[in-house]
Design a protein around this ligand. Structure first.
Ligand SMILES: CC(C)(COP(=O)(O)OP(=O)(O)OC[C@H]1O[C@@H](n2cnc3c(N)ncnc32)[C@H](O)[C@@H]1OP(=O)(O)O)[C@@H](O)C(=O)NCCC(=O)NCCS
Length: 158
């Protein structure tokens, strides 16, 4: 997928699939998202994710600089017949926020979901991410539940 648009008329916004060579910029974006991530860590995560067709990783570039990403998963469901879609990660770099990049990434992810016959998309977001809550509501996503989380001990690998 490669699309070039210019929604606000003053810059070149490009939406495309992520590549392994995007690892340094994606690691920096994860750090902005409060998930400390080194280049090496992002490189090995991407190796796994990019080789699994259930995942999509789409990036945004403004004036040829990577400034946003969305990661999604399409999965079978125990509760629904159609495949379900999950937005796993979405972040836009601070200087580019509120200029339509997040909206363009969601539109690209929704197109990708539609091509995979997904009819229901979910995501979770922390209580304190109030800007993100308003963003998702503005794009037609409704609050439908709570997320519960628990950390489990890591079992040493043999
Ligand atoms: C949430 C996030 C991805 C939005 O990206 P963005 O590029 O700034 O969003 P857009 O410019 O496309 O906004 C689209 C619409 O959403 C709404 N919106 C976006 N951010 C908003 C905010 N902070 N407060 C209120 N409304 C907001 C507006 O209606 C906006 O349209 P408008 O600018 O024409 O008024 C970005 O703020 C971000 O990366 N936040 C930190 C990471 C995060 O919280 N990710 C989500 C975790 S699940």
């Amino acid at each position: 997928m490669t699309r070039t648009t210019d929604p606000r008329g003053n810059r070149a916004l490009r939406i495309r699939d992520a590549k392994l060579s995007d690892a340094p910029e994606l690691a920096a974006l994860m750090c902005e998202f409060d998930y400390e991530t080194s280049y090496a860590e992002m490189h090995s995560r991407l190796q796994v994710i990019l080789s699994d067709v259930s995942y999509s990783t789409i990036v945004a570039e403004v004036d040829n600089k990577l400034c946003g990403m969305i990661g999604t998963l399409t999965h079978a469901s125990h509760e629904h017949n159609d495949p379900s879609g999950k937005i796993i990660a979405l972040v836009v770099s601070k200087p580019q926020r509120r200029s339509g990049v997040g909206r363009a990434l969601i539109a690209a992810a929704e197109n990708d979901f539609a091509s995979r016959r997904v009819t229901r998309v979910t995501l979770t977001t922390r209580f304190e991410r109030e800007g993100a809550h308003r963003f998702y509501e503005a794009l037609g996503y409704a609050k439908t539940g709570f997320r519960f989380a628990k950390n489990l001990p890591r079992i040493p690998q043999k």
